[in-house]
Design a protein around this ligand. Sequence first.
Ligand code: ADP
Ligand code: TRP
Length: 326
Amino acid sequence: MKPTIVSGLKPSGKLHIGNYLGMTKQSIALQSSEEFNCYYFIADYHALTQKYKPSEKSAEIFDMAVDALALGIDPKKSVFFMQSDILEHANLAWLFDCITPTGKLQGMIEFREKIEEGQPANAGLLNYPVLMAADILMYKASFVPVGEDQRQHLELTRDIARTFNKKFGKIFPEPKGIFVEGLRVKSLDNPKKKMSKSLPKGCLYLTDSPEAIKKKVRSAVTDSGNEIIFDPDKKPALANLLLIYSEMSDTPIKEIIENHKGKGYKEFKDNLAEAVSSALASFREKRKEIASDSKKVRKTLLEGAEKARVTASKTLQEVKKKMGLI
Ligand code: ADP
Ligand code: TRP
C-alpha cells in the first residue's frame, strides 16, 4: 500500500507567498508523484482558535478552498475535504486530550507567541496541537508536509502516537514531517520579521493584482547601497527579495545576480514584480473560474468528506476499542 500524506490549510486570512513557498507549493506537488495517498483539508476548526469575525469566516473558508483548488489540488487524485464535515476529528482529539500532558501544550512556542500577539488564551488555542495530531493520525499518515514553524506540533503528534501505541497497543505510525528546509520568507517592510498574515503591510498575497504587486515591491524596504548582491547578514532585506525572486521564477539566485550586474534596485524591483506576477498569472485565472461556481466547490468538498469519513470512522472505532470504550 502507498504511504499516506496529510496536509491541512488553516483558513485564517488570505494566502501570502510565505505560505505558498514555505508549505503549499511543495505539499501540493507531492500529489503529482503518485507515490502517496494524499489527504488535503481545510482546517476550519483550527481557524476558530484566534480572534475572528463570524460574519467573515465562511467567506474566508470558501476562499481557502478555492485557493487550494486553483493551486492544483486535484480531487480526482487526492481526498480533499473540510475538517468540520468529519465529526471524527474533534472526537479523536478529545480521546488524545486524555493522554496528553497539559505541560507539553503550555510549552508550545506557537501557543505562547499567539498569546503575546494578543490572542485570547482559550482552551482551543492550547489544545490546537492535539486536534492537529488527530487530523494526521486519523488517516495514519506517514508524512506531513508543513512549514518550519509546525515542527513542534509534529513532534507532539509523534509523541501522542508513541504514547498511544505503548499504552493501548500499536495502531499508529509515527509520522515524519516534510519541510522546505530553512525557507522563511520575510516581511517586505521588515526583514527581521517573517511574512505573516498578522502583519498585512509586509505581505504579498497570491491574489494581489500585478499593479498591487508592483506597488508593494517598489516600496519594499531595501538596504543601503545600490548593488545587487546576496548577503543575508549585511543586506537582509535584499536577500529576502532575491529569495522570493529565485523561488517564484525557479531561477538560481546566482543567475539573477548575474542578470542584474550594473543595474540598480529600481530595475531589480520591477523585474522581481514582473516575475512574481507572471508566476501567479495562471493561478489568478484558475481562481476566478473556480470561484464563479461556489456550488461546485461545496459539492467537491462534500464528496471528499464522504471518502475521508470511511477511513475516519474506522480509525475512531479502532481507537475506542483499544481505549476500552467498546
Ligand atoms: P501566518 O504566519 O501568516 O499566520 P500560518 O501560521 O497560517 O501563516 O502558516 C501556514 C503555513 O505556512 C505554515 O505551515 C507555515 O509554516 C507556513 N508559513 C507561514 N509564513 C511563512 C513564511 N513567512 N515563510 C515560510 N513559510 C511560512
Ligand atoms: N497547524 C497547521 C498550520 O497552522 C494547519 C494544520 C492543521 C495542519 N492540521 C494539520 C497541517 C494537519 C498539516 C497536518 O499551518
